[in-house]
Design a protein. Structure first.
Length: 429
């Protein structure tokens, strides 16, 4: 009798195990649904129905649920919050917070721009030896000043440009007194002293340092938000060409630029746009921030791109799809053109991060003229299904037809634009 009951128990355990094994993958798919889903007004969100689950929302005022045999569709009706409950055979398996926000729009860019950055202090980009009666020495190396350091103060005086340094160095040498320096090293302030040495050939006192107070280059405008006049461009940080470290910006300017020619990319050589600042050099905006997601500031006014000058809705990272898309960029002069690309893969990032998409150029004209993605194309807006989804950021060195893109929501976040703010309507035409 005991053996009969034991067999039944073992059989029951095996049966439950087989059932659970059969439902494991579908159940795991439901558990992988994000805890929070953010939708714009009028959008829908589809959840594949791998198991016969029931779906309900706690309130029907702003989210609708449409259940079909193979999917569950959420409809975003009005701004507000809700809660989606999924249960299987009466047992709860998932709870999802649903937030509906007001439709948000920005104007896509694509224009070629010139960028002029002023550093916070003067940037140390190298060391050099000073010829003295005792031999060649570098006062900067003796004082353990490193490449990438930013000199922000000398003898208690704020340093903003290279001309601020020369007079203090001369005075220090004549008075035989060391300079008291404050340097910014990876966002940490360090105090040190440096004794300038007199060059025996030139007869002037020197630091034994190569320093720079500004940088310039070209890139592409990504978006403009007419309500706040804020913009975003480049999609990646600007680093110093010598130190390879991000430039700490005091301020800067954005000017128009004109593409003069293209250095076509090839395997191992990404190529580049060759451009010049427009002849009038009129400043069209400022630069307030240089971050891993690009440069940001305010424009004086909208700069038409000539093909998409009305606000477009945006797509959040979890809504970007693999498949066809377009980029807007300039190949000749100042004319913005659309070119076909393919979104090869996309990562629905929960937190701000770069390299959220992998893209591949498919447009024959663009491939013929550039070989794919070239330097200076960074920031080119990516359009998919009539929505702005992100910007081109980096090229694959060994495959110039492919590269990375950054999701637009992270660039908007870096620009200080709150897409959840109900005042950000951007409906101007």
């Amino acid at each position: 009798m005991k053996f009969v009951w034991l067999n039944r128990i073992i059989g029951g355990i095996l049966l439950v195990s087989l059932l659970l094994a059969g439902f494991y993958q579908p159940l795991r798919e439901y558990l992988s649904i994000p805890r929070t889903i953010v939708l714009f007004e009028g959008e829908t969100y589809n959840i594949p129905k791998a198991l016969p689950v029931n779906a309900t929302v706690t309130a029907e005022k702003n989210v609708t649920v449409n259940e079909q045999s193979d999917s569950i569709t959420l409809g975003a009706e009005h701004p507000g919050t809700n809660e989606l409950l999924l249960d299987f055979a009466g047992l709860p398996i998932k709870k999802v917070d649903v937030e509906v926000i007001k439709n948000f729009k920005v104007i896509p860019g694509g224009q070629s721009i010139g960028v002029k950055l002023n550093t916070l202090g003067v940037l140390v980009v190298g060391h050099h030896l000073v010829k003295t009666a005792e031999g060649k020495k570098s006062p900067g190396e003796i004082s353990h000043i490193q490449v990438g350091d930013i000199i922000t103060e000398i003898n208690g005086k704020k340093i903003e440009k290279m001309s601020d340094v020369s007079q203090l160095v001369k005075q220090s040498g004549e008075d035989s007194k060391p300079l008291r320096l404050v340097i910014n090293r990876e966002n940490k302030l360090i105090k040190t002293s440096l004794v300038p040495l007199k060059d025996k050939d030139e007869g002037v006192y020197k630091l034994g340092l190569y320093i720079r107070d500004s940088a310039a280059g070209i890139g592409t405008m990504t978006f403009y938000h007419p309500d706040t006049k804020k913009y975003g461009a480049l999609g990646h940080v600007i680093s110093d060409m010598d130190t390879k470290k991000p430039i700490v910006v005091k301020d800067g300017e954005v000017v128009r630029s004109t593409v003069t020619s293209i250095d076509k990319g090839s395997n191992g050589d990404p190529g580049e746009k060759l451009a010049s600042f427009s002849s009038d050099r009129s400043v069209i905006g400022n630069i307030a921030k240089n971050s891993p997601f690009g440069i940001f500031g305010k424009l004086k006014q909208q700069i038409p791109n000539g093909i998409m000058d009305k606000p477009l809705p945006i797509t959040l990272s979890h809504e970007v799809k693999e498949g066809p898309a377009q980029i807007l960029t300039v190949l000749d002069g100042s004319t913005v053109q659309p070119f076909d690309i393919e979104i090869v893969s996309t990562i629905p990032q929960k937190f701000p991060a770069t390299k959220g998409m992998v893209l591949k150029v498919t447009d024959p004209e663009l491939l013929e003229k550039t070989g794919g993605i070239v330097q200076g194309m960074s920031g080119s807006p990516i359009i998919q299904d009539g929505k702005l989804i992100g910007a081109v950021t980096h090229v694959f060195v060994n495959d110039p037809a492919s590269g990375y893109g950054v999701h637009i929501e992270w660039m908007l976040n870096e620009a200080g634009i709150d897409i959840y703010d109900k005042t950000n309507t951007a409906e101007a035409s």
